[in-house]
Design a protein around this ligand. Structure first.
Ligand code: ME8
Length: 682
């Protein structure tokens, strides 16, 4: 994390597409950046952390059309979901950029003009295949030919376009990579990028006329600027590029170039080839490093909307809380590699490392101080010190040094392992030194020994708490105030060392920080997730499944493919379905006979619905909007030929049709005229 503008640090996440709602893959990148940003601030560095949403392009135009709203309305809604999730998770981003904001659009146009004026953009024409999902021209032959990378059908286009002279940047890029060995990390990605650039670069089309939802080319508004040029520029427009305001210009001068662009491995080419090429051509400074992490896998493949194997952060936030999720992501996934997510592994990690190890260390140390020393940190007694105490002190000092070094190298999992090495050693030290037994001996020496043991334990607890604060901010803030140390955000991590806790400090109120999760938690989370995906089916349009291709595999996917491969924002609809397809859906009018709340699920109602031929049990996520008593006797529309599924252990045989409002509120479909039970909808 070196930096030649000392004292400042600028870190970014990718800006996320708005045609997929946030899931824990997005959360992963955001949490990693948030952790780094928090730590930089604790190290006294003036930090700027940016995230945002990517809102232009044909994919989004089409998703909006399929959802029956304008692209802006569509983008507002999903962008709002990202923003509010980060707020709920207390992510400490300093700004949130949307590519539909005037400040961004103005900056992108300024960059386009600058590239044009410097002779790197020219007008040409293109005929060939276009992959909408990847927003790229591809080498495929013939109408509908599959995209060589993602397998989705391509479209034939004949367009007059503006082209960027990427071919002219081949040598400057190779020179830059050679002079900046740390520009692309990890090493494997760097090697791939270098090989890709060496294999030859063709000029890149940087405008489109086939759709409208984008930023117009200055002076030629029938063209819109290529989405990736638009999107990548966010890293500069957010901090003032393109603005005349002196405050913006100062900000840009202060923070640019970025220190870290954190990305997932599938967008390496855009960030490590195109972005630096644009900047070199524009004669603007290049970011210091681009760090590509691996994928979070669920059920063995990359989490994505099109595969339907999504886990949302909300479920975990509502059960174990954000610290548990953050800790899991940083501890369980070896940074840079793919990592599997499962609710089982999450609960196991939480119980073992947080509830047991750190939770126990904190609660027993603090409660013994409360009990034996009236809640005041005791004075250690040098005469009662033993090699065991010294070993803890030495280990703590080593832990501080190693943790910092590993963290600086982005080895988050190892750094946490290091910190937990100290936690385990102190827990063992407590067991072996039996402070509770020492407390029973009522002599002066024993009292002094007890003070030394607890002083050692509490000092180690303070060290660990400080180190891991950027990873688990909420719990550590609570432990810190239980230690009587006030607001942990005031801590200067550079000064952290052994022996700094003041004897005599009065503890705050001691309470457990990590309640243990029992087995039923896993099932509960799975059910909540199922319920969520059922609800979200009504919110965002489904995506067509891509044809199976090499890109569908997990870690073996080439990251420098000429497209983005599997984007969770795939070509969102609007594949038209035939009337025949529609007729496969059997919708019937039913009358609610029984309606009751489902125990332990505040959103679910269990209904018995008479659909003429039979009475069906349906479990519906409408409890927040409808009182069960008021539903009895009401006519509803039900999808009668859905496969049964289990929600909260109850079999649901059908789905109640409802409109879903922006805030998720369901409104049941109904009729103005009286309709007989069992009538079919067509
Ligand atoms: O690519 N595992 O947006 P996007 C780990 N708009 N990280 C994941 C993930 C997973 N399963 N799924 C998503 C775009 N991510 C463009 C970026 S930047 C100028 C434009 C994270 O919504 C990861 O950081 O498809 C990945 O690169 C990013 O979300 C892709 O988000």
């Amino acid at each position: 994390m070196d930096n030649d503008k000392p004292g400042k640090f600028y870190i970014t996440t990718p800006i996320y597409y708005v045609n997929a709602r946030p899931h824990i893959g997005h959360t992963y990148t955001t949490v990693v950046c948030d952790t780094i940003a928090r730590r930089q601030r604790m190290m006294g560095v003036d930090t700027f952390f940016l995230t945002g949403t990517d809102e232009h392009g044909q994919k989004i135009e089409r998703s909006a059309a399929a959802a029956g709203c304008s692209p802006k309305e569509f983008a507002d809604r999903v962008s709002g979901e990202f923003r509010s999730l980060w707020e709920r998770m207390k992510i400490t981003n300093d700004d949130f950029i949307r590519t539909t904001e005037p400040r961004h659009m103005r900056g992108v146009q300024a960059m386009f003009t600058r590239l044009q004026e410097r002779g790197f953009i020219y007008k040409g024409s293109y005929s060939g295949q276009y992959c909408v999902s990847d927003e790229l021209y591809v080498d495929a032959v013939g109408p509908g030919a599959p995209c060589p990378e993602c397998g989705r059908p391509t479209e034939t286009v004949h367009e007059e376009n503006y082209f960027f002279k990427l071919s002219a940047m081949q040598e400057p890029l190779l020179k830059f990579y050679a002079e900046h060995p740390d520009f692309i990390r990890p090493e494997t990605r760097r090697n791939e990028v270098v090989a890709f650039v060496k294999s030859g670069l063709r000029d890149l089309s940087v405008s489109r006329t086939s759709f409208k939802w984008g930023i117009p080319v200055p002076g030629d508004p029938k063209h819109v600027i290529y989405v990736w040029l638009d999107a990548l520029a966010n890293y500069m427009t957010a901090i003032g590029y393109g603005s005349d305001d002196p405050a913006d210009q100062r900000k840009l001068a202060r923070y640019w170039p970025a220190d870290v662009h954190m990305i997932g491995k599938e967008i390496v080419r855009f960030h490590c080839v195109y972005w630096p090429a644009f900047l070199l051509a524009a004669d603007l400074p290049l970011p210091r490093s681009i760090i590509a992490h691996g994928w979070l896998l669920f059920e063995e493949s990359k989490m994505s909307k099109s595969r339907g194997n999504i886990v949302r952060s909300e479920t975990i936030l509502e059960t174990l809380g954000q610290d548990a999720l953050r800790y899991f992501l940083l501890r369980e996934v070896v940074f840079g590699q793919d990592g599997a997510f499962s609710f089982d592994a999450l609960v196991q990690r939480y119980n073992a490392d947080l509830a047991n190890d750190l939770g126990n260390l904190s609660s027993r140390t603090l409660s013994m101080i409360a009990r034996y020393f009236e809640g005041e940190i005791p004075y250690p007694s040098p005469s009662e010190s033993t090699p065991a105490d010294e070993a803890i002190e030495k280990l703590a000092q080593q832990t501080i040094a190693d943790f910092h070094a590993q963290f600086e190298q982005y080895q988050f999992s190892r750094a946490l392992e290091t910190a937990w090495g100290l936690v385990s050693a102190v827990n063992k030290y407590i067991v072996e030194n039996e402070p509770w037994a020492v407390a029973e001996r009522d002599d002066k020496d024993s009292k002094a020994r007890l003070a030394t043991i607890l002083h050692t334990a509490v000092e180690a607890l303070r060290v660990v708490t400080a180190l891991v604060h950027p990873v688990i901010p909420e719990a550590t803030a609570r432990i810190w105030s239980q230690l009587g140390l006030g607001d942990i955000r005031q801590l200067d991590l550079r000064q952290l060392g052994w022996g700094q806790i003041q004897a005599g400090t009065k503890l705050g109120k001691v309470e457990a920080v990590f309640p243990r999760a029992d087995k039923s938690m896993i099932e509960r989370m799975q059910q909540m997730e199922q319920q969520r995906s059922a609800e979200s089916e009504t919110k965002t349009p489904p995506e067509p499944q891509p044809a199976k291709s090499a890109t569908e595999t997990t870690s073996s996917k080439p990251t420098l493919s000429p497209t983005q491969g599997d984007k969770s924002g795939a070509p969102a609809v609007p594949e038209k379905i035939s009337a025949e397809d529609f007729f496969k859906i059997e919708m019937r009018v039913g009358e609610v006979k029984v309606a009751e709340k489902v125990k332990g699920a505040d959103k679910l109602l269990r209904l018995e619905v008479d659909i003429g031929s039979e009475v069906r049990q349906v479990v519906a996520g409408i409890a927040k909007a409808y009182e069960p008593e008021k539903l009895v006797g009401r006519k509803v529309v039900i999808v009668a030929n859905l496969q049964p599924r289990k929600l909260r252990g109850l079999e649901s045989n059908g789905m109640i049709v409802a409109a879903s409002l922006d805030d998720g509120q369901p409104v049941l479909a109904g009729f103005l005229e009286d309709v007989p039970i069992g009538a079919k909808l067509k």
